[in-house]
Design a protein around this ligand. Structure first.
Ligand SMILES: Cc1ncc(COP(=O)(O)O)c(C=O)c1O
Length: 352
């Protein structure tokens, strides 16, 4: 199998890092306090195996009881737990394409086969193709908002993807940046209840990519099954304390969200002025394509100036969708955006 290749993570200073959708703002001071308290506390003993306090806080946010919540070592671990819980070798996995290709690597590890639901130019799918592919799937993964395109699918569109005897996984890594960030109600709707799992991460809206923490929300029967599969102590005491403090400080997260959304508008406008086709985004990044098609060259020219964006290529997309390649640019601070736009202003005339 081919392993998943994550984004570049330079560890030296001086980079304007707009390639892996981290939050440009720091986490809440309460998170730092919680980490310090956990680090000076009881590191010699095992953590709470079920992250009780965290689950109580997350449950409150979603309007469910704590037995709906399962904590993970980053939401990527929640995705792994899902595949290990629900799929056997040979099981069918479906996901819209282009989107988060990690699903394919996870499927390969479990010996599952993957069907891609190819997106059209307007980022919709063909509803009969969707129903046909999803019908026999054990798991259907949908990032909502999608990465790299940043669009959000509606509940009615998602309903088309419910498998007959399987689970729809809504990967909501970027949901806090969307206009309607809460899927709690959706989870309790008759049509989705017991057939859907939502995953969330602390890496984006909560500014905690350096602390690995994510969680899933699902009916207690599904969650109970997943608890059997995960490692007993999959989340360490320090990360759990950090995530608990972060989720309790909604004001901090929402204040950073507002700043990101304001810069998103500014970035989208400026990119359009530079001649890019910009896809409207419901996430903390922007997918853009230039009529010249010189995305790799633009990426490289930015990298020479120590500005990292994500150049993405997708083989086998639907013909005429135009989704073969493009640039995914994280919404940074206003200062980072100034640097990016100044560099692009120099680069673009050379590239067109
Ligand atoms: C769609 C999607 N899901 C999940 C993740 C992983 O998040 P985490 O850092 O919690 O593992 C990412 C990270 O970029 C993502 O883009």
């Amino acid at each position: 199998m081919r392993g998943y290749v994550p984004g570049e993570q330079p560890q030296d200073d001086g980079w304007t890092k707009l390639n892996t959708n981290e939050n440009p703002y720091p986490p809440s001071p309460k998170v730092v306090e919680a980490i310090q308290a956990a680090a000076t506390g009881r590191l010699n003993i095992y953590p709470d195996a079920t992250a009780t306090e965290f689950r109580e806080a997350a449950a409150e946010l979603f309007g469910v009881t704590p037995d709906w919540i399962l904590a993970g070592n980053g939401s990527d671990e929640n995705l792994t737990i899902l595949i290990r819980s629900f799929c056997d070798p040979g099981s069918q996995i479906v996901y819209p394409y282009p989107s988060y290709v990690l699903y394919e690597s996870l499927a390969a590890i479990q010996g599952c086969s993957v069907s891609r639901l190819l997106l059209r130019a307007d980022l919709s799918w063909d509803s009969s193709e969707a129903a046909e592919l999803s019908e026999a799937a054990r798991l259907v993964f949908v990032p909502n908002p999608n990465s790299p395109t940043g669009n959000l699918w509606s509940a009615d569109e998602l309903q088309q993807l419910l498998p007959r005897d399987g689970i729809l996984v809504l990967d909501e890594a970027y949901a806090d940046f969307a206009d309607s960030p809460h899927s709690g109600e959706l989870l309790r709707e008759e049509r989705f209840a017991q057939r859907m799992v939502v995953t969330r991460t602390f890496s984006k809206s909560y500014s905690l990519a350096g602390i690995r923490f994510g969680f899933s929300v699902a009916d207690p029967e599904l969650t109970g099954g997943m608890h059997k599969v995960r490692d007993s102590y999959n989340c360490d005491a320090v990360a759990t304390a950090a995530a608990t403090a972060a989720i309790r400080d909604q004001d901090w997260m929402l204040a950073n969200r507002r700043k990101v959304l304001a810069t998103r508008v500014r970035l989208a406008t400026a990119l359009a002025e530079l001649g890019f086709n910009v896809t409207p985004s419901q996430a903390n990044f922007i997918w853009c394509q230039h009529p010249s098609g010189r995305h790799q060259q633009i990426y490289e020219a930015l990298k020479e100036r120590k500005i990292l964006v994500r150049f993405m290529q997708f083989a086998g997309v639907r013909a005429e969708s135009g989704l073969d390649d493009g640039l995914r640019i994280t919404v940074g601070t206003d200062e980072q955006t100034d640097l990016l736009l100044a560099a692009l202003t120099t680069i673009m005339p050379e590239q067109t």
